[in-house]
Design a protein around this ligand. Structure first.
Ligand code: BGC
Length: 388
């Protein structure tokens, strides 16, 4: 039982569209996963069939006692061909939002979570000259979904990781040893897309609270050179915090820390040999959450923060509970220090497809991949009761 959260604190779990829905045939990732000699080791395929089983997913969230649910809308389903809007898909997501509201869950909706319609990607993706306009058009047509009871919208999931895609092929633990510098042109384009989407949302849905969720490691300065540290972190995440100025909130998505030291005259990530790692190859360091929150707050000032992702890839659910307990403790310390944290969404509700691999299991519940049956782990009830 937790007495430290304010009564309107958002307690939720999260899933992303492509990782859970299955058979997103019109998306660029589907093409990439299924081409001969794909660099993606394991395909999403049916994923965990959440496209059909979303009611089961929401029942799990609600029955655990959580109050909020973050899920995604897949652009490639809404607009599978350039300019062709699938009204059936719009109806699907509308029913999902209504289904969440009926269960007493507040929906936080992500509009773009790594996957793009293939037609958009083939024309240059975020670097297309008409990228902002096309993204805005997608946001426009979502009106019936958004007017069905959506409280919060995350325009783009982890824009800093999206901006790394042109530099490195993500998947299979590619980012476990630290990030390269995100591509500058994509950074600029994705910030413009976020601002463009926000403009449409503000115009059409003034009640909806808009933000985006940045991948934030707890970067720790061990350089003895503030300047070098700042030069390291600025393009990797801080530029995306700054772009949230004028939003209603900012999301932090945190899993681990990054110790930054000088190495041959350059700031670089450093990891002690033998540290405990998660299934993702990340250092098991739960208190990263509090550190990340404090660094975000130092840039965004009074802008409220929502933890839109936090969790651990492990086969040991007791370890998930202890990791999460310690992560939440570090979050409370940041709140005690005066940071306005408005909610916590655990990643993830269910074990799901992890960008090229089925091995890392982040879920509060597992899924039988033959029958698609959802099997709650003890951590689901634990988080639910903790949140009450
Ligand atoms: C992403 C998720 C991913 C999770 C764990 C975040 O980068 O938003 O899609 O599954 O981290 O790796």
């Amino acid at each position: 039982m937790n007495t430290r959260a304010r009564p309107d604190f958002l307690w939720g779990a999260a899933l992303g569209a492509h990782q859970s829905e299955g058979n997103n045939l019109a998306s660029d990732w589907w093409v990439r996963e299924n081409e001969p000699q794909s660099v993606v080791a394991e395909r999403a395929g049916d994923a965990i069939d959440s496209y059909h089983r979303w009611r089961d997913d929401m029942d799990l969230v609600a029955s655990a006692g959580l109050t909020d649910y973050r899920f995604g809308i897949e652009w490639s389903r809404v607009e599978p061909a350039d300019g062709h809007i699938s009204l059936a898909s719009i109806g699907h997501y509308q029913r999902m939002v209504q289904g969440a509201v009926k269960r007493g869950l507040r929906p936080l909706i992500t509009l773009h979570h790594f996957t793009l319609p293939q037609w958009f990607a083939a024309g240059g993706g975020w670097l297309r000259p008409d990228a902002v306009e096309r993204f805005q058009r997608y946001v426009e047509v979502l009106a019936p979904v958004l007017e069905s009871g959506v409280d919060r919208v995350e325009t783009i999931n982890e824009p800093n990781i999206v901006s790394i895609f042109p530099v490195i092929s993500i998947g299979n633990g590619a980012l476990s040893a630290g990030y390269p510098i995100p591509d500058a042109a994509t950074t600029e384009a994705i910030i413009a897309a976020h601002h463009g989407a926000r403009e449409v949302l503000r115009r059409n849905h003034p009640r909806i609270l808009v933000g985006w969720g940045v991948s934030v490691q707890d970067f720790q300065d061990e350089t003895n050179s503030r300047e070098d540290f700042e030069a390291y972190v600025e393009p990797r995440d801080q530029v995306f915090f700054r772009a949230a100025a004028g939003d209603d909130w900012i999301g932090t998505q945190t899993y681990t820390r990054g110790r930054i030291r000088m190495h041959e005259g350059v700031a670089a990530p450093f990891r002690e040999p033998g540290v405990s790692l998660t299934q993702s190859g990340w250092e098991d360091y739960p208190r990263a959450l509090g550190g990340a929150i404090l660094r975000v707050a130092s840039i965004v000032g009074d802008l409220p923060i929502i933890v839109t992702e936090n969790g651990i890839a492990t086969a040991d659910d007791a370890r998930r509970i202890s990791f999460t307990r310690e992560a939440l403790e570090s979050m409370w310390s940041a709140i005690d220090d005066g940071v306005d944290v408005q909610g916590y969404f655990h990643w993830s509700l269910l074990d799901n497809w992890e960008w090229g691999s089925w091995r890392p299991t982040f879920g509060l519940a597992s899924v039988d991949r033959q029958t698609f049956q959802r099997i709650p782990k003890p951590s689901l009830a634990w988080l639910g009761s903790y949140s009450r």
